[in-house]
Design a protein around this ligand. Structure first.
Ligand code: HEM
Ligand code: HEM
Length: 465
């Protein structure tokens, strides 16, 4: 393929780097899951739960997640705009700077430098690097869309633009801090305002990194890989505008039953419930697209990845609004239930979609076929089973703990101590590690399949030359 037009080396660079960061993130995930039921696995301050939990989340979001987003956005962009990137060299620089950024950010978290704001852990010097990286990315995306050769704005482009813009605004606002040296700063907002701002950011950064970019990929890669046209373009556009409008009001659902004014909590809850509609607009579009020819499920191994992913997304976007309602939040908040929710989204919806897209992209870059469909099928089932087992064990553990914490003796005192609840959920934590291991084996098979595809593609192109 024409590398000057398609920037294949840059796309490949992002995707391969993201896999390397993904391995670190998943290994840290496994380790912290063990540390919760076997504290002896905390090794000194650097490999303790506190540091590694932060690293697990940040490396998966900003290493694996962002690498996939950068690589696949560049891949889609040149095809949807029918022109090469406006600044291909800048994209190359972007690749290097982002990798350096992940190393620096990871090292800073290892050393324990953190703002203590979830998903916004980095201290201000790292934030500056993040902003530079994002500006470089945004310049290429916006320039290529404005100077596009193709008139039609396909829905994936809208999702891409929204993701780039929203992340920029969220990151800038929530990271305003007063530096107190190179490695310490104070959030400019204080008290409940700090919490409100943090969760406006926290919810939406999850949305605009783990939902809208993934929808951009889903709308592009589902039709191109299955050759099934999207069921309704109009529905996809209506769902897009409704989703981006609704999303930004929902953050307060993370602060139900806190000192945050009641009306703000209610606003967050109401908008969370409204969010079901635009989310399901895409779910229905996905289902009907696949439903137009069920035989694709047998013929094309990627179809089941997309079907499972959109199903997980559908479940996630019913469960999420449910969790925000006061009575349910009172039951599940501060328990492992939420961890089950998180991993259905990340391991199910995000990872399934991203890996399916990569299965399509690598053979395209090398003008070959995937190394082994059988391996891809095993990968699918392992990730699928690992994911379900992970979430179900956490949902049960969450309810068990919540019910135990609320149980009262006849004299009104608490029937169980916090420690009692931990002892009760230990078996579920052990099962979660087993689930994580199953998921990890699936991901190792995926990476192996990709590497073997690249080896095959390279040897084919040498023999063609
Ligand atoms: C309609 C869409 C959704 C709504 C209304 C929603 C709602 C919620 C609520 C209420 C919580 C907080 C639970 C608590 O702490 O009590 C939560 C947590 C979370 N959700 Fe969702 N969710 C949605 C979709 C998603 C999707 C698609 C993903 C990921 C791909 C996701 C990832 C997360 C994460 C990572 C957290 C944990 C945040 C934290 O405490 O660190 N959610 N969600
Ligand atoms: C082998 C697979 C995995 C294992 C064993 C694992 C394990 C864990 C553990 C033990 C926690 C901390 C739970 C707690 O606070 O009680 C956690 C949190 C988290 N993990 Fe994973 N994880 C895995 C895969 C992933 C993947 C693939 C992603 C994203 C792409 C991810 C994203 C997150 C996020 C966002 C949180 C924070 C949740 C919150 O604060 O509510 N994890 N994970």
């Amino acid at each position: 393929m024409n590398d000057t037009l398609y920037n294949n080396r840059t796309v490949e660079g992002f995707l391969l780097s993201s896999l390397v960061w993904g391995v670190f993130g998943i290994v840290f995930g496994l380790l912290i899951s063990v540390q919760l039921w076997e504290p002896a696995f905390n090794f000194g301050p650097f490999l303790s739960y506190g540091r590694l939990r932060t690293l697990h989340i940040s490396i998966l979001a900003y290493g694996l997640g962002l690498g996939v987003i950068f690589g696949l956005f560049y891949f889609m962009l040149v095809r949807l705009t029918k022109r090469g990137l406006v600044f291909p060299r800048l994209a190359r620089f972007h690749l290097w700077l982002w990798n350096i950024g992940v190393v620096v950010a990871g090292a800073s978290l290892f050393l324990g430098f953190t703002q203590s704001l979830e998903y916004a852990e980095f201290e201000w010097p790292v934030d500056i690097v993040v902003v530079i990286i994002w500006v470089i990315f945004a310049v290429n995306i916006f320039a290529s869309v404005f100077l596009r050769e193709e008139k039609q704005m396909y829905v994936s482009l809208w999702y891409m633009l929204a993701s780039v813009l929203a992340v920029a605004v969220l990151y800038l606002v929530n990271n305003i801090a007063i530096p107190a040296g190179l490695t310490k700063s104070y959030h400019i907002f204080s008290g409940i305002n700090s919490a409100n701002m943090e969760w406006w950011y926290g919810h939406n950064i999850v949305g605009f990194l783990l939902t809208t970019p993934i929808l951009a990929m889903f709308y592009y890669f589902l039709p191109v890989s299955t050759k099934l046209p999207i069921y309704s373009h109009r529905l996809s556009i209506v769902a897009f505008w409704a989703l981006v409008f609704t999303y930004l009001w929902t953050g307060a659902h993370h602060l139900v039953y806190t000192p945050l004014p009641d009306w703000i909590q209610t606003l967050g809850i109401v908008f969370s419930l409204i969010l079901i509609a635009p989310s399901w607009g895409s779910v229905i579009n996905g289902f009907f697209t696949i439903e137009s020819d069920w035989s694709k499920l047998q013929e094309n191994y990627l179809t089941k990845f997309f079907l499972a992913a959109i199903t997980f997304y559908g479940l996630q976007t019913i469960q999420g609004p449910g969790q925000s309602v006061r009575v349910i939040s009172g039951l599940v908040h501060y328990t492992d239930w939420v961890i089950g929710h998180v991993h259905m989204g990340t391991m199910g919806w995000v990872t399934m979609t991203a890996t399916a897209c990569m299965y399509y992209v690598f053979p395209k870059i090398y003008n070959t076929e995937i190394f082994s469909v059988k391996l891809a099928n095993s990968h699918f089932w392992l990730v699928f089973i690992g994911q379900l087992m992970y979430s179900f064990t956490m949902w049960i553990a969450g309810i068990q703990q919540s019910v135990m914490l609320k149980q009262l003796n006849s004299d009104g005192t608490l029937a169980n101590t916090f420690m009692d609840t931990l002892v009760a959920i230990y078996p579920f934590w052990i099962l979660r590690t087993v689930a994580g291991l199953i998921f990890t084996v699936g991901m190792v098979i995926f990476i192996l399949n990709i590497v073997l595809t690249i080896v095959k593609g390279r040897s084919l192109s040498q023999s063609r030359a």
